[in-house]
Design a protein around this ligand. Sequence first.
Ligand code: NAD
Length: 480
Amino acid sequence: MQIQYYGELKLFIDGEWIGADGRVTEDVINPATGEPIAALPHATAEDLDRAVAAASRAFRTWRTTTAYDRAKIIRKAADILRERAAELGRRMTLDQGKPLSESIPEIHISADILDWTADEGRRTYGRVIPSRLPGARWFVTREPVGPVAGFTPWNFPGVIPARKISAALATGCTMVIKPSEETPSTVLEIARALQDAGLPNGVLNVVHGKPAEVSEHLIASDGIRKITFTGSTNVGKQLAVLAAQAGVKRATMELGGHAPVLIFEDADIDHAIRVMVHAKYRNAGQVCISPTRFYVHDSVHDKFVDGFAKAAAALKVGDGLDPENQMGPLANNRRVPAMERMVADAVSRGARIATGGERGSNRGYFFQPTVLADVPQDAIIMNEEPFGPVAVTARFSTFEEAIEQANRLPYGLASYAFTQSAKTATMVSDAIEAGMVGINNNAISMTETPFGGVKQSGYGSEGGSEGMEAYLVTKFTSQS
Ligand code: NAD
């Protein structure tokens, strides 16, 4: 076994780095090999209480630190992350699996998120309302909601926490964050960059442990005023209930999706294939905005499937540390059997495997880039988010039929359409039930644009000026 340096994993509480020191630990696995690379200490109940107490104490001074000074620290941390991007990207590849061509850019994107959001914190304007009372001033101010508990998943260990941390800190909130235990290195390094940039102790705290135990404990803590979660709809529902029971705490929920892609008769098929193959197999399909259900006009269906399957089959799959590889393993050993189950079910109902369909290798958690054609509506994969490298197609004949299929599921996160008609593009944008619509492109997740879902894909936005709202409360003052 080749030992790759990965770094020692710790808890980060009140500015202090805390190692295992007798605590329960959990192995972090390299998904390309299935071998452990580090031991992650779990927080005890006392550690969690200390983290909340630190976030509450730090909130008193951080909220009164000027937005200008908060932004300076966050922007300095962004520069530090950029300097360390090559090494942090490599560690992300080791615990998450994505190729270096994705992990290193993810560190740069995380830095960009910190930069933009830090400055947006300087623009959380209030408003003055003409008063009905003679001589009185009526004004509306925006204040930080308070200490936040954040829970982030394993698919984007940099970008998702960067969004939550930067918006919380830029608006004057403090945070206790629990990254995924499977991919903890990047959040710890974001915390280290912030500490090195001068972040006061307690403003950001990082804890690890059994997800349900940590989230129950933190959400119930009096000091926590807001919850932010990214993950599955099932877990999101549980956390929303806990947040309500713990005191009607505010919550932002970024949950699952099952993105439809409408390929109309007049689409530029080669362009659609190029854009969608990249979007589908990025991060081995473990993306909540991953294009999944391809509804293709009957007249161009076979041409699209042939081209898409050829491009998918040409992708180089292997250990993400090899710069030649374009797609890495799945992030954990739950995803491979999940893919096998969904593919077998679709095939048993009459779907055709256009490419892939099998495990990629006996070592590590690989699955081939897969395209299933003519998948019936009752197949599991047409209804449950695959969260893996599998695209499925079905045919449509009319616009109404395409929209009905696209809107059929209880999710509404990302959606995509390809057409050369401006009229069709506008009709899609109006008719589709989704938080984001990419028409002839997949550029739907940027730091300056709102990201979030409708229906059971959750509520609240991250990114853009909308993303700041989640961390602010509104106060109206009437002053005579
Ligand atoms: P899961 O639902 O158990 O976990 C999803 C994420 O939530 C993980 O990061 C996990 O650590 C966290 N989590 C689980 N239970 C929690 C709890 N009680 N409190 C706080 N956090 C908790 O399942 P999984 O096997 O890790 O992933 C399966 C499905 O989750 C995927 O198929 C996908 O639908 C969804 N998922 C979505 C995203 C996203 O970006 N929206 C990311 C990862 C997973």
